[in-house]
Ligand binder design. Structure first.
Ligand SMILES: *Cc1c(COP(=O)(O)O)cnc(C)c1O
Length: 440
């Protein structure tokens, strides 16, 4: 469908948006502009305007929910009031804190409650999952992953391979776009997994690629990986909170994600982990253990001999980082109220509008090319623009005009209108700023 690209039309779409009130639950950074600077006879008069930025980088760090401040204060009060007894007393006893996040997390990623746990941070969890699910043998030792994965994932795979005494050059097989193309073809992913077949220990894929914004066919990847006898894991850093997921049905062995991007839990927020229920009751699965993963009925007996909890909780190491979990919980409450399917319905419109606005704003100048798939089923909310030597100037122009996007070296600008707090007006304004770029 074509959208009418005017301020009035954008505002009217916002007025009809059933999720519009969620925007009010977030704090937007301010953009300060100095206007009308005049110098007359040594006198300087200026007017400083402060407006909310048009925030289009929720894929990088989500905005702060207004409820987070109180949630953190509550935990400070709990600590002040109860000291160590805070583990057992108060509204949300710390001892069980990770459990208060489980039901919402399971709904968000389409898992059974005992398949998910919030713990640690993302790259840490990736390593923990690899310890259990990357078990190379002399003949089955390879990992298939996407070329151009987020660097932390590349380093994690490489160091895991070396830790097993193997050579990353031989053990890691990357699926790359075909010559002249920007995104991966599912058929190529499938073909490479099948070709590696018996030599493949693990298929490790992102959900949405951080750079291109491509959303992969996760079900197909999981099925294909399993068909050749490999384990399958997903890094959903750019997917959780962006797209509805059905992890239990799609069937990967594990998945991990962070909570500070689309999930708005604040810098360094905790990670989530999914372990499919087929592994829930296998205490023999190798893992790196800690006391919080031990059978909780005797966790405080301080006995020798690790006995894991059933399900994902059995992978925990440490007691919960209460302050970051509290922020995460405040944000998950909002997601749960909005509903990920409702968010996706709005997101489809918002990003379609963005696509149209970008093309119209470019106006034949060829400032950029959208490398994110144009098929909405193969993307979340983000659109990535490949630019040329004008790209950084465009990005800086937007920043100085109150539009906060995000720049990825060497030459990509990412815009992520998130359905929870972005509006059609935000997108419209972005288009107007791009139109103004380079014009006097
Ligand atoms: C953001 C991101 C990370 C960051 O990892 P942390 O351990 O949270 O610092 C890792 N992998 C991917 C795919 C990401 O998008």
């Amino acid at each position: 469908m074509r959208y009418e690209n005017t301020l009035a039309a954008a505002r009217s779409l916002d007025a009809q948006d059933p999720l519009r009130h969620f925007r009010e639950q977030f704090i937007f950074p301010k953009h300060t502009q100095t206007e009308g600077l005049t110098e007359t006879e040594g006198l300087t008069s200026s007017k400083t305007l402060s407006t909310e930025v048009r925030y289009l980088c929720g894929n990088s760090l989500g905005l702060q929910p207004k409820t987070v401040r109180q949630a953190l204060l509550d935990e400070l009060d709990q600590w002040a009031e109860h000291g160590v007894e805070g583990h057992f007393r108060g509204k949300l006893p710390w001892m069980h804190y990770h459990k208060f996040l489980t039901a919402q997390t399971a709904r968000l990623v389409g898992a059974l409650p005992h398949e998910v746990v919030v713990m640690n941070t993302l790259t840490v969890n990736l390593h923990l999952m690899m310890a259990s699910f990357y078990r190379p043998t002399p003949t089955r030792y390879k990992i298939v992953m996407e070329a151009g994965a987020f660097p932390s994932d590349q380093y994690a795979m490489e160091s895991q391979v070396r830790w097993h005494g193997l050579d990353p050059e031989k053990a890691i097989v990357e699926v790359a776009p075909r010559a002249g193309e920007d995104i991966l073809r599912t058929e190529d992913i499938v073909q490479i997994i099948e070709k590696e077949g018996d030599s493949l220990a693990l298929v490790m894929f992102g959900g949405v690629n951080y750079y291109t914004g491509q959303f992969y066919d996760l079900e197909k990847i999981a099925t294909t990986g399993h068909r050749v006898g490999a384990k399958v894991g997903f890094d959903l850093a750019h997917t959780a909170g962006n797209l509805p997921l059905r992890l239990h049905d799609w069937g990967p062995d594990f998945a991990v994600w962070c909570s500070y991007k689309y999930l708005n839990s604040g810098p360094g927020g905790p990670s989530g982990a999914f372990i499919h229920e087929r592994h829930a009751n296998n205490p023999d699965l190798p893992r790196f253990a800690g006391w919080w993963g031990h059978d909780e009925s005797e966790r405080f007996k301080m006995k020798k001999g690790f006995r894991p909890m059933q399900g994902a909780e059995g992978w925990q190491l440490s007691n919960a980082q209460i302050f970051s979990f509290a922020a995460h919980k405040a944000s998950l409450d909002i997601f749960d109220a909005a509903g990920i399917d409702n968010l996706r319905a709005k997101s489809l419109q918002l990003t379609a509008f963005l696509e149209q606005v970008l093309m119209e704003a470019d106006g034949g100048r060829n400032l950029f090319k959208i490398i994110t798939p144009l098929d909405p089923a193969q993307r979340g909310c983000q659109l990535s623009l490949l630019t040329d030597d004008r790209g950084k100037a465009l990005f800086d122009f937007l920043a100085s005009n109150g539009v906060m996007a995000d720049w990825r070296e060497p030459n990509v600008i990412r815009f992520a209108p998130v359905p929870l707090y972005n509006s059609f007006e935000d997108v419209f304004i972005l288009g107007e700023k791009i139109k103004a770029f380079g014009r006097k």
